[in-house]
Write a protein that binds this ligand. Structure first.
Ligand SMILES: *Cc1c(COP(=O)(O)O)cnc(C)c1O
Length: 363
């Protein structure tokens, strides 16, 4: 049997007619940037995310960068980020001219450890940017508490967590503002690049709207040195179709994760843990193994596609030589052990059983 890591084609098959209709509607409107589809999607996704404003932008990295800029964060400022994340979280900070300050994760959840934040705060710290990694919200109550104590802005990186819940509240509504991504492989993915800022702060939403559009509110009047970063009409139209399916898809991911967890109990690998009060949307199902590379090769031989998220932590990347001497042992350990199993709506029980069986056979 051949089981891909991700099959977006299978996801789209049942909604093909609706995607085609969205495409035709946009072509017929002959309006492609900042129009009715974007306005409608922003309202729908804001409501879904339990925030007042959604501002569609070009991608997730831009969402985070425009947010940091909207808060006036720049050179001389420090932003606390997870040491264990996709590099884009750090890049957003660097692009603003600010300095990322890494904090290690809780090894059980892979998310930022709130008890380690206070020690990373200096007089230059302006914000903390927790990531809801693999679809599981970070432990936001203690993060918000430390941030409040030190007067920090809390910006969620919600790129992997559309629909996830923390004590009944949506990821993306848990801090001052959030950036999310509609990269095709995310839980809510466009058919191209896309992203959004989520916030209930009127002033920040207005500022991001200005920044995404050349720093302009009134056409050809520019009060800020802005960007061109808008979620286009076609992607907004596709996302409206896919948003209607998001809860159903996330439910399916949950069912697949539960089946993996049940079948892999005796498999000699470390299984992902979900904290109390949290509903993960299982963007990824990530196991750990001390023999990760051999396990991955074994699975590939049996036709099972897997991916490592992430093989090189940001502090070891070539783009960040100034961090190469940092001691971040938990992130280093995770990078050497993590393995993401096939996970997407449409993955059948038989396929999950095949993957679990293939892992059992690895000795
Ligand atoms: C995907 C992702 C981003 C960046 O989103 P893009 O749309 O690809 O720019 C940022 N942070 C995390 C955690 C991500 O997974």
């Amino acid at each position: 049997m051949k089981i891909p890591f991700l099959d977006i084609g299978k996801l789209h098959q049942p909604i093909r007619a609706s995607l085609n209709a969205a495409y035709e509607r946009t072509v017929d409107s002959a309006w492609f940037i900042t129009g009715a589809e974007l306005t409608a999607f922003e309202a729908e996704f804001a409501q879904y995310s339990q925030v007042k404003h959604c501002v569609g932008v070009g991608n997730g990295l831009d969402a985070l960068e425009l947010l940091l800029r909207a808060y006036g964060i720049g050179p001389g400022d420090e932003v606390i980020v997870p040491s264990n994340t996709f590099v884009a979280t750090w890049l957003a900070v660097t692009h603003c001219g600010a300095t990322p300050v890494p904090v290690e994760p809780d090894i059980r959840t892979h998310n930022m450890d709130p008890s380690k934040i206070a020690a990373a705060i200096t007089s230059k710290t302006r914000a903390v940017m927790p990531v809801h990694l693999y679809g599981q919200p970070a432990d936001m109550d203690p993060i918000n508490a430390v941030a409040a104590e030190f007067g920090l802005i809390v910006i969620e990186d919600a790129a992997q967590s559309q629909g996830a819940l923390y004590n009944g509240r949506r990821a993306g509504s848990l801090g001052h503002a959030a950036g999310t991504s509609f990269y095709p492989g995310k839980n809510l993915g466009a058919l191209g690049d896309g992203g959004a800022v989520l916030t209930s702060d009127d002033g920040i939403a207005a500022k991001v709207r200005e920044l995404r559009n050349y720093g302009s509110v009134i056409k050809y009047k520019h009060d800020n040195v802005g960007y061109n970063s808008r979620l286009d009409e076609l992607q907004a139209a596709f996302l409206r179709v896919k948003l209607e399916k998001l809860d159903e898809w996330n439910e399916e991911r949950r069912r697949i994760a539960d089946l993996y967890t049940e079948l892999l109990q005796p498999a000699g690998v470390t299984l992902p843990e979900v904290s109390e009060g949290v509903a993960s949307v299982w963007h990824l199902y990530v196991i750990r193994s001390e023999a990760r590379d051999a396990l991955q090769a074994h699975l590939a031989q049996l036709g099972v596609g897997t991916v490592i998220h992430y093989p090189i932590p940001p502090h070891k990347q070539g783009c960040y030589p100034e961090y190469s001497g940092f001691e971040l042992p938990i992130s280093d350990l995770l990078a050497s052990q993590v393995l993401s199993l096939p996970m997407f709506p449409g993955l059948t029980d038989r396929q999950v059983e095949y993957v679990a069986d293939a892992i059992q056979k690895f000795r």
